[in-house]
Design a binder for this molecule. Structure first.
Ligand SMILES: O=c1ccn([C@@H]2O[C@H](COP(=O)(O)O)[C@@H](O)[C@H]2O)c(=O)[nH]1
Length: 274
C-alpha cells in the first residue's frame, strides 16, 4: 500500500491527524528505567501500546536511537509497531541527503532495514539526491521545506533570483516536476503559520508533516487553519509533550491522555475550518 493511502486509512480509522514522535531519552525515562539505554525499546513500546488507536502515524527520530547505540532496538520497535498497530504508517525521521550512490544506501536503511513507510530528506543536494529513494515504490519521501527552528530562516527564507524564497521554491518543485511518482510530501513547522499557509497555497494536495506543536510552542488552531484542507492532509507531530507528559510509573497513561487531548484539539480546529 502507498504511504499516502496508509496514512489516509489510519487517519480515518483513528479519527486523527496526530503523529506521535518517538524520541527516547533515557535520562527522562521513569523510575527504575531512568538512564538505562537498554530500555529504549520497552519505553517506546509502552507509548505505542497506549496511543495506537489515537494516532495517524508514528515518527521515530533516528538520532535518539543511534546516540544510544540502540539501532537494534529501533529495528525491534519498527517490527513491533507493524505487529501491534498494523496500518499505522511509520515515518523514519532521518533527514538524509547525499550523492546518489550514498542515497541508495540510506534508502535501503530506511525501507529495507527498518521497513519504514516514509523517510524525511533534505533537498539541499538537489533532485539526484532524492531520486534513488523513488525506486522504492509507494514509499513517502518527505522533504524539509520550512523547518520549525528559528535558524531555518537563515537559508530557507533567502530570496532566489526568480523572486521566490527558497522554501517556496522547494514547495513548487515538490508539488511539480520533482514529484514523478506522487511520493513527495513536505516538512513545515507549526511555529511559522504564515509560511505554512504559503506552502499549502503552493502545494495544495501534498501531505504536510508539521512538527512544532507541544514543546516548541506552535499553535494548534493556527496550524490547522494554515495547513489543513479536505484534500490536503496534515500529519501534526508531537514528541516530548506526549512522551514525557508523566514522569512516574503511569507515564504511558499520561502519554495517552496527552495524545487524546492533542487529537481532540486538532479535531476541534479542523471542525472550525471545515
Ligand atoms: O522542522 C523540523 C523537522 C523535524 N523536527 C523533529 O520533530 C521532533 C519535534 O519534537 P518535539 O519534542 O515535539 O519538539 C523532533 O524529532 C525533531 O527532530 C522538528 O522539530 N522540526
Amino acid at each position: 500500500m502507498r504511504f499516502t493511502d496508509t496514512l489516509q486509512a489510519a487517519s480515518l480509522r483513528n479519527d486523527s491527524t496526530l503523529c506521535v514522535g518517538l524520541d527516547p531519552e533515557p535520562a527522562k525515562f521513569p523510575g527504575a528505567w531512568k538512564g538505562d539505554a537498554g530500555k529504549v525499546f520497552d519505553f517506546c513500546a509502552r507509548i505505542v501500546d497506549a496511543t495506537k488507536d489515537v494516532v495517524s502515524a508514528y515518527k521515530p527520530q533516528i538520532a535518539y536511537f543511534a546516540a544510544q547505540r540502540a539501532e537494534d532496538q529501533l529495528e525491534e520497535l519498527m517490527a513491533y509497531i507493524r505487529r501491534v498497530a498494523p496500518g499505522v504508517p511509520v515515518i523514519l525521521d532521518a533527514k538524509r541527503g547525499d550523492i546518489g550512490a550514498t542515497a541508495e544506501q540510506y534508502a535501503r536503511e530506511a525501507f529495507v532495514r527498518y521497513q519504514a513507510d516514509a523517510v524525511t530528506l533534505s533537498p539541499f543536494m538537489g533532485f539526484d539526491s532524492i531520486e534513488p529513494y523513488m525506486k522504492h515504490d509507494g514509499k513517502g519521501l518527505i522533504l524539509l521545506c520550512r523547518t520549525s527552528n528559528p535558524g531555518g530562516s537563515d537559508l530557507q527564507a533567502q530570496v532566489l533570483a526568480n523572486g521566490d524564497k527558497l522554501f517556496e521554491h522547494i514547495a513548487k518543485l515538490a508539488a511539480g516536476s520533482w514529484n514523478r511518482n506522487g511520493q513527495l510530501a513536505l516538512v513545515v513547522g507549526a511555529t511559522f503559520p504564515a509560511e505554512l499557509a504559503r506552502v499549502r497555497e503552493l502545494a495544495p494536495t501534498l501531505p504536510l508533516l508539521i512538527p512544532g506543536i507541544g514543546a516548541q510552542g506552535g499553535d494548534i488552531e493556527a496550524t490547522v487553519k494554515a495547513g489543513w484542507r479536505a484534500n490536503g492532509p496534515i500529519i501534526v507531530s508531537s514528541s516530548r509533550a506526549i512522551l514525557y507528559a508523566g514522569a512516574g510509573d503511569d507515564f504511558a497513561a499520561a502519554a495517552r491522555q496527552a495524545a487524546l487531548s492533542t487529537r481532540a484539539a486538532l479535531n476541534a480546529a479542523i471542525a472550525a475550518v471545515r
